[in-house]
Design a protein around this ligand. Structure first.
Ligand code: ADP
Ligand code: MG
Length: 310
């Protein structure tokens, strides 16, 4: 097997008393999508910034960081040429139009004008932005700006694409479009590293996720494997508060776990029929029986919700 594109061992970073990244290790194989899932403040952006060289890590003997074999603290430029970065905030130049935003970057990478023009055509078409080539940045929607920022990161045909919250705040249609494009890139051999606080994003496009909470790694693995081995398969949520109170006063059946910490009564079990029995006297709309997801897993691990604001 090819060497991993990225290797991180025992990474630490503090801001004063805050441990933004607390002893995190992982590695990312080629042509895979690796996702960091965690709420605001988990340390995702700090970790990304260390990888592409815009934040310094703590100097410790046990720490190792290698991107294509290079250390970002020493060979930032080598890594820049091999990777494309989409920061959390689109840092597009509002004064320039779409095309010029891309041309400025192509110059940074030393691309000839003809090569750049061809590549710009290709990328605008791939991201469905061809009609906006001459548009000003302020005329673009949030989803278009995001797609343009991703296109810009791909100009120099990098082998690694790093995206910090690629779809936060975008509508579902654009999110699906971006996911499709990321899947296509991966199929063509791109290695993708992303952060997200959307469990569906992590589930849909990542081969491996690393669940982060308060700077620490809580868990790592393929999303479905994590669900299969760490949380019951089904979840029953009691929507109606007074029905919830009545059910809560009854003993919890065997093979069922209840979670009283949530704002509504919630039961977990590997057997859907046991949960259905708990809800047997409830009417339509008074409960919700579904398969468990990464949000449930995160709650179980940390006692907090993924989208909770800090
Ligand atoms: P995430 O991207 O997961 O939301 P961040 O990496 O942005 O998390 O932040 C992790 C923690 O580090 C937070 O508590 C945040 O306030 C803190 N932090 C991040 N960047 C800085 C900085 N430049 N100076 C001080 N504190 C920071
Ligand atoms: Mg962030």
């Amino acid at each position: 097997m090819a060497d991993p594109v990225l290797i991180v061992e025992n990474l630490h970073k503090s801001y004063g008393p805050i441990k933004a990244v607390d002893n995190v290790s992982f590695s990312v194989p080629q042509a895979s999508c690796f996702g960091f899932l965690g709420p605001n403040g988990a340390g995702k952006s700090t970790l990304m910034r260390i990888l592409y060289g815009t934040a310094e890590r703590e100097r410790r003997p046990e720490t190792a960081v290698r991107v294509f074999g290079f250390d970002p603290a020493q060979n930032e430029l080598d890594i820049k040429f091999l990777s494309g970065v989409v920061p959390q905030d689109n840092n597009l130049d509002e004064e320039l139009n779409v095309e010029r935003n891309l041309l400025v970057y192509s110059k940074f990478y030393g691309m000839k004008r003809r090569e750049a023009d061809g590549r710009i055509d290709e990328l605008l078409s791939f991201f469905e932005l061809s009609e906006k080539r001459k548009a000003r940045i302020r005329e673009l929607s949030g989803g278009m700006k995001r797609r343009l920022t991703i296109a810009r990161a791909l100009l120099h045909a990098p082998r690694l694409l790093i995206l910090d919250e690629p779809t936060t705040g975008l509508d579902p249609q654009v999110r699906h479009l971006i996911w499709d494009k990321l899947r296509q890139l991966k199929k063509d051999g791109m290695t993708i590293l992303l952060t997200t606080h959307y469990m569906d994003e992590a589930y849909q496009i990542c081969d491996t996720i690393l669940i982060m909470d308060k700077g620490r790694k809580a868990m790592e693995g393929p999303p479905q494997d994590l669900l299969d081995s760490h949380i019951e398969r089904y979840v029953l949520e009691i929507v109606k508060p007074d029905a919830g109170r009545e059910i809560a006063s009854m003993p919890v059946p065997e093979g069922v776990r209840s979670d009283p910490s949530r704002d509504r009564l919630v039961f977990y079990s590997n057997e859907a029929h046991v949960l259905r029995r708990i809800a047997k006297n409830l009417g339509h709309g008074e409960y919700h029986l579904r398969e468990s997801n990464l949000e449930d897993l995160f709650l179980k691990l940390t006692g907090r919700a993924l989208n909770e604001l800090q």
